[in-house]
Design a protein around this ligand. Structure first.
Ligand code: ZN
Ligand code: ZN
Length: 339
């Protein structure tokens, strides 16, 4: 197994000490949790997945912080756990860590039910994706297969009490909260002086995964693009610390790059439809764009395409070609065209 990235200390302009602790969150995915000291009580931002070695990596990380950086902090000393968003690779470690630390848990209210009523949320999203796959036009039993692959993530998660709502208007000592919906409805970025803990909102190499808003309010491309500008408008961010990948030295440039790529990808959907000799389903559009993508990644690419088609359709740049069929058959695949 490849080695995890090293534990690093970041010092804010006001003297807040932030430790980046990497952890293996899924078989092919490494995450980062952040231990924040001197921004109010000892605080952990995100918790890993609770799967495999994720929690062990975090506990080992505390040991390294004590040994290599001379901090006296132990996991039992953490008084506050802030969750950037309720995806399993960020909040799945909560049950493990709460057994060791009597910490208050804070999350944005639009994501909190994923923690307080996880089983219900998983069931509803599964149901929503099932419906969406009909609308997308996934042929035959492939829909079942994609659904299974999409949900290969952990699901059992005991109900956990949320103590505090992470809202922009709430004063949160040491942090400024920015609500940045899109990747997740209740996604937040946390500003500690001139350092931004940005979860999955801005990543250094990849564009975060998106789903259409029809799946859940405050998801989707329109919210995501708007939330990029929310961060873009904050002055004085010296460095951004994401939940995956590497540190972002120039978050403003990275946001501009992501915005530009995302708009190119939106235009690509229009181009595909312009060049087609008949209306296309989202499935057909996605297969045209992502010919080489298979398995789990094909299901993610499909959701990304659905988010872009929804965005274009909302803005009147696409129209439905088979309205009568949709009206008479609730399971009919939606077909789109540009003119
Ligand atoms: Zn995420
Ligand atoms: Zn993530």
């Amino acid at each position: 197994m490849p080695r995890l990235p090293e534990i690093k200390q970041f010092l804010s302009s006001g003297g807040i000490r932030i430790y980046r602790i990497p952890c293996k969150v899924l078989a092919e995915l490494t995450g980062r949790v952040y231990l924040v000291l001197e921004a109010g009580p000892p605080t952990l931002v995100d918790t890993g997945s609770g799967q495999g070695d994720s929690t062990k990596n975090i506990l080992d990380g505390f040991e390294t912080v004590r040994r290599d950086f001379g901090e006296s902090i132990r996991i039992e000393d953490v008084q506050r756990i802030l969750i950037t968003h309720a995806h399993p690779d960020h909040c799945g470690g909560l049950p493990d860590l709460l057994q060791r630390a009597r910490a208050e848990v804070a999350i944005h209210p639009l994501d909190s039910r994923s923690i307080t009523a996880n089983a219900e949320c998983v069931a509803l999203v599964r149901h929503g994706i099932g419906r969406l796959l009909d609308q997308i036009g996934v042929p035959g039993t492939l829909g079942e297969d994609l659904l299974r692959r999409h949900w290969q993530l952990p699901e059992a998660f005991p109900a956990i009490d949320v103590n505090t709502e992470l809202l922009e208007r709430n004063a949160f000592d040491g942090f400024r909260v920015l609500h940045t919906p899109g990747h997740s409805p209740g996604h937040v970025c946390l500003l500690a002086d001139d350092l931004l803990l940005c979860g999955d909102h801005v990543l250094s190499r990849t564009i975060p995964q998106l789903w259409p808003e029809s799946l859940r309010p405050y998801k989707g491309l329109a919210h995501y693009l708007e939330s990029l500008q929310t961060v873009r408008a904050v002055r004085g961010i010296r460095m951004a610390l994401p939940g995956h990948e590497t540190v972002i030295d120039d978050v403003y440039k990275r946001i501009d790059d992501i915005d530009r790529s995302e708009r190119r990808r939106i235009q690509y959907v229009v181009d595909v439809l312009d060049q087609a000799d008949r209306p296309l389903t989202i499935w057909e559009i996605s297969r045209t764009i992502y010919q080489q993508t298979a398995g789990f990644y094909a299901s993610l690419a499909l959701m990304d395409t659905a988010a872009r088609v929804e965005y274009l359709h909302q803005r009147g740049r696409l129209r439905l070609a088979n309205l009568e069929q949709i009206e008479s058959d609730p399971r009919a695949a939606w077909q789109y065209q540009t003119k």
